[in-house]
Design a protein around this ligand. Structure first.
Ligand code: HAM
Length: 479
């Protein structure tokens, strides 16, 4: 009897496994057959291949090219970031541009502008909802958890540099592809950590010649905020008619977010709103006071800004933003924003881990560096790194390529124009490049193994042996 029963069970199990296998195979076949992407009409296909008639390819709104003329600033920002991050013991972290959309939604929070209006979200080919990273913090937390970094000695300090995407309303200082220099510190709830991060951001800007002030606030713990939110909601309800449509919705959805509304018409009402500092517990107040004491010690100038709450949901206690000093108040946008987020690692499924960090907007820093370079244009000395190589005559032209190659291998930065034949045209080009010296190779020089070095500032020319060219250039371009 029992044997018969077992036989029946085995048969049923076999048929279930077979059916399951058939279903999975069918699913794989279906997925592979999925049209990629959905089929386009003949007309649409033509429009994509050939483009609309008479229309030049254009840059997408809110996107920006980094041109060769901007590259020196860009490089300076990157190297300053790298230098300071490494000096303070941060390790480099590179996370993917695409992550599960839910990672950002759970971290930054529904009701924030970034999630509700700005994140680029789409369905990937396998049906996963993915988001293009609008910030680094969520990805850094995901990486901290998934690589088990809580087992490393704490704090774990990570820095990142790269592009992010926010479908923001394009205007000065607001782009849809932006870059940030980002630093995070995991595993320590210590006012010294908050202060150190602020000082890293402040010193980075100071090293780039940008004078700034830090705006500081504390938004306490969720417990501190409970009573405050009741008070704030009451206030916003009374003032409802003075608020924009978005803020009206925020009253019930996420009242704290009303405080970072970008709408000018809401400003006067929000400035008068109850302030969170009055609702902080003794522990939160003490913590905040200690952060400020460290900043005093480190001589980082700051002001208190009781209305500062930041536009992301994950913050607890310390929040800060950094602004350039010389810009008129009210017209400025923050160069840097950050704060403590002690609950996020736990909320995303990791072990409870306090954390704190900041992000600096690279494009906004670039704008200031460009403005400063323009202001100091007359004071800037001509670059001495680059050299122009001019040729005269066919024989010299043929020789030039080989000599350029040898000089490049020796580390000399060279410009040239093999297409131009007239010396005058080549010297004009050398002038445009702003090089300090031009090398001139004519037929005579090819034959006697020499070359002319022309000082572009004074016009003085000197003939040197080709074999001594490298050492001569080194002597001249040494600063
Ligand atoms: P955030 O305030 O959203 O913070 O951005 C930081 C900085 O990125 C801003 O101060 C600004 O300089 C720059 N930025 C933001 N949006 C744009 C835009 N559309 N165009 C150009 N620049 C922009 C965060 O991203 C947080 N993840 C910072 C953080 C790290 N908190 C803790 N750790």
């Amino acid at each position: 009897m029992l044997k018969k029963h077992m036989k029946k069970i085995k048969k049923t199990a076999k048929s279930i496994t077979k059916k399951r296998a058939e279903v999975s195979v069918k699913k794989i076949i279906q997925e592979e057959k999925r049209p990629i992407p959905a089929a386009l009409s003949e007309e649409e296909e033509q429009l994509i291949v050939k483009g609309p008639k008479g229309k030049l390819p254009s840059l997408l709104r809110g996107m920006k090219d980094v041109l060769p003329k901007d590259w020196p600033h860009w490089k300076k920002i990157y190297h300053t970031a790298e230098g300071i991050a490494e000096a303070y013991g941060f390790g480099y972290l590179e996370t993917p541009v695409l992550e599960e959309a839910s990672l950002f939604i759970r971290s930054i929070g529904r009701g924030t502008d970034i999630i509700d209006k700005e994140m680029y979200v789409f369905e990937d080919r396998d049906g996963t909802r993915v988001g293009m990273r609008p910030e680094f913090t969520a990805g850094a937390v995901r990486a901290y958890i998934s690589h088990g970094m809580h087992t490393l000695p704490q704090p774990v300090k990570l820095w990142s540099f790269g592009q992010l995407f926010r479908h923001d309303r394009p205007q000065a200082g607001r782009y849809r592809q932006l870059h940030q220099f980002n630093c995070e510190s995991f595993g320590a709830h210590d006012p010294a950590v908050d202060a150190e991060l602020i000082v890293v951001a402040y010193n980075f800007l100071r090293d780039l010649g940008i004078e700034t002030t830090v705006q500081m606030n504390s938004i306490g713990t969720p417990e501190d905020r409970q009573n405050y939110l009741v008070e704030l909601t009451g206030y916003l309800r009374i003032k409802r008619s003075y608020l924009c449509e978005d803020c009206k919705k925020r009253i019930t959805r996420n009242p704290l977010r009303a405080l970072d509304c970008k709408n000018e018409s809401c400003r006067p009402t929000l400035e008068e709103a109850p302030q969170i500092v009055d609702w902080l517990s003794e522990a939160s107040k003490n913590y905040f006071m200690k952060v400020l004491e460290f900043l005093d010690e480190l001589e980082a100038p700051y002001t208190l800004k009781p209305t500062l709450v930041r536009g992301l949901d994950y913050y607890t206690e310390t929040v800060f933003e950094i602004y350039e000093d010389s810009v008129v108040e009210g017209q400025q946008s923050a160069l840097c924003g950050g704060g403590r987020y002690d609950l996020l690692v736990g909320e995303l499924g990791g072990p409870p881990t306090p954390a704190c960090g900041f992000a600096l907007g690279v494009e906004r820093v670039m704008t200031i560096l460009r403005r400063k370079a323009e202001e100091n244009k007359d004071k800037v000395e001509k670059p001495v790194g680059g050299v122009f190589f001019a040729h005269l005559g066919e024989q010299a032209r043929r020789r030039t390529l080989k000599m350029i190659e040898d000089l490049r291998r020796d580390g000399v930065v060279l410009h040239h124009s093999l297409g131009k034949t007239a010396l005058k045209a080549q010297l004009e080009l050398a002038d445009k490049f702003g090089v300090a010296y031009t090398l001139i190779l004519g037929q005579k020089e090819v034959q006697d193994g020499t070359i002319i070095i022309r000082d572009m500032e004074s016009g003085i020319q000197e003939i040197v042996d080709q074999k001594k060219l490298k050492s001569e250039l080194e002597k001249k371009t040494r600063v």
